[in-house]
Write a protein that binds this ligand. Structure first.
Ligand code: UTP
Length: 470
């Protein structure tokens, strides 16, 4: 063992992770040593003190207001002019190659329970395309329209990096130019016992998990992705998550609004389904735009209404952002990403002193994660733009019930039925459900505007029909 690491572990009070060291083979020793080398042990010591041994005091701002939101459809003449300009600006940015796509896919997807990277999950109603393919094809559709390749940054984690790369290789990158795809793993954080000690998952391995989607902002810097963007002349990132097959991976209007507003970090929002929906809320607190988690927004505020009965705090966060590359660079100045950490009590399997694997039946550990939306209050001129839930938000989180493959398939069919109806096609329905299975390939059209431009022949759909438009 490198004396330096041993000493640092002792100073941080964490040398218990070496208790099986002498029984390990040299290959096992190097595995553990490389995990330890990747950690900033001084920072770990501070985090244990601040977040593990103590519960950080939650700062509830005294003055919480609803955030100003750009509406989904421009109503006023001013907004109509602005949106037309913004749309054109977004198209120009794409044509000039100034936009990169940024997919965060480092999560563990435990709720879905799929073995392997979540992006492999077959999600579309007819062709069963995996999530990764849906995004690749959308991005291709936008690249073709812009006449310029869109560089695609994909964040993985140490757990799914190899399988993710292999999946893309196996499928020939779904037609994407491999040289325009940049994979990089995010940072990992050890799980701590309630006594603040790092847990071992095996004798030669820490119990590590990804450091949260906020860790993406550090990983972009450490991996060289930011430097790659500078080389390619990319100024903005279109950020989206792996679990939402109807996300608009690229939205020229949103990107244009973001750029014209001089915003460093912009966000999309949807109207909440009800006052206490479990989504973060865009608010202005202490004079700063920020996301307040549903569990932290006082209930009396969450339930407040406007004179017309609508919710005052109605702007739900759906984890779609636009980021300036210069902002992400600024956040990493000085080598540290200054975002807060969030503590969660979890069940984590670990090795006890006798070297036996323990599978706890109640939370035994603290995991620490950073959240990407915590960067919003640090950004200059941040804006929030509304989108429509049925057009853009139907994540696959759970194996069953809400936000599951079943609900997402239904929402994909509804969206595509709407696009067809807007071209004059009759679509059969039974009550609220579409009585047909419809899928539109993103290569045919990535959004309604592209669809209407292309789909000029009206063909009505029959009850029970399976229609795949490609
Ligand atoms: P979730 O919050 O749904 O977490 O991630 P998860 O880990 O994927 O799933 P569960 O909670 O275990 O079921 C939202 C998005 O953020 C990414 C995920 O890949 C997903 O796109 N994410 C999350 C990361 O990239 N890294 C992380 O450390 C956490």
């Amino acid at each position: 063992m490198d004396k330096n690491i041993k000493q640092k572990l002792e100073q941080a009070g964490q040398d218990q992770v070496l208790r099986f060291w002498d029984q390990l083979t040299s290959a096992e020793q190097s595995q553990l040593a490389s995990q330890l080398q990747a950690l900033d042990l001084v920072q770990i010591q501070q985090l244990v003190d601040e977040y593990v041994l103590h519960r950080p005091q939650l700062h509830i701002p005294s003055d919480i207001k609803a955030a100003q939101v750009y509406p989904y459809r421009a109503q006023t003449p001013e907004h109509k002019t602005l949106y037309a300009q913004a749309h054109q600006q977004g198209l120009n940015l794409l044509k000039d190659g100034k936009v990169g796509a940024f997919l965060v896919a480092g999560g563990q997807g435990t709720r879905l329970g799929y073995e392997g990277p979540k992006g492999e999950y077959p999600v579309t109603p007819i062709s069963k395309k995996p999530l990764f393919q849906v995004f690749a094809e959308q991005l291709l559709a936008h690249s073709h329209e812009a006449g310029k390749a869109i560089a695609w940054y994909i964040m993985t984690s140490d757990i799914n990096d190899g399988p993710t790369r292999a999946f893309f290789q196996k499928h020939n990158f779904f037609g994407y130019d491999a040289s325009a795809v940049f994979f990089f793993p995010q940072g990992m954080m050890p799980a701590f016992g309630l006594d603040g000690k790092m847990l071992l998952a095996s004798r030669n391995s820490l119990a590590l998990s990804p450091d949260g989607h906020g860790g993406s902002l550090r990983a972009l810097h450490r991996s060289g992705a930011l430097a790659d963007m500078r080389r390619r002349g990319i100024e903005h990132l279109s950020y989206f998550q792996v679990d939402n097959p109807i996300v608009h991976t690229i939205d020229p209007l949103f990107l244009g609004l973001h750029d014209l507003s001089g915003s460093e970090m912009s966000s999309k929002t949807i109207a909440k389904a009800h006052a206490l929906e479990k989504v973060g809320n865009f608010c202005v607190a202490d004079g700063k735009l920020q996301v307040i988690e549903y569990s932290d927004l006082p209930e009396h505020l969450a339930k407040q209404t406007n004179p017309d009965g609508s919710l005052k705090f109605n702007a739900g966060s759906i984890a779609i952002h636009a980021l300036r590359v210069s902002f992400v660079e600024r956040l990493n100045e000085g080598g540290q990403l200054h975002l807060p950490w969030h503590r969660a009590e979890k069940k984590v399997n670990y090795i006890n002193d006798a070297g036996q694997l323990v599978k706890p039946d109640k939370p035994n550990a603290i995991k620490l994660e950073q959240f990407v939306f915590d960067a919003i209050p640090l950004a200059a001129n941040p804006i929030v733009y509304e989108t429509d839930r049925s057009e853009e938000f139907s994540p696959v989180k759970n194996a069953e019930g809400v936000d599951s493959p079943h609900t997402s398939r239904r929402d994909q069919i509804h969206r595509h039925a709407r696009w067809l109806r807007s071209c004059g096609c009759d679509i059969p329905a039974k009550g609220d459900e579409i009585d047909a299975t419809i899928e539109i390939s993103p290569l045919y059209a990535a959004n309604e505007t592209q669809f209407r431009r292309k789909h000029t022949q009206v063909r009505h759909i029959k009850p029970g029909e399976h229609v795949y438009i490609e």
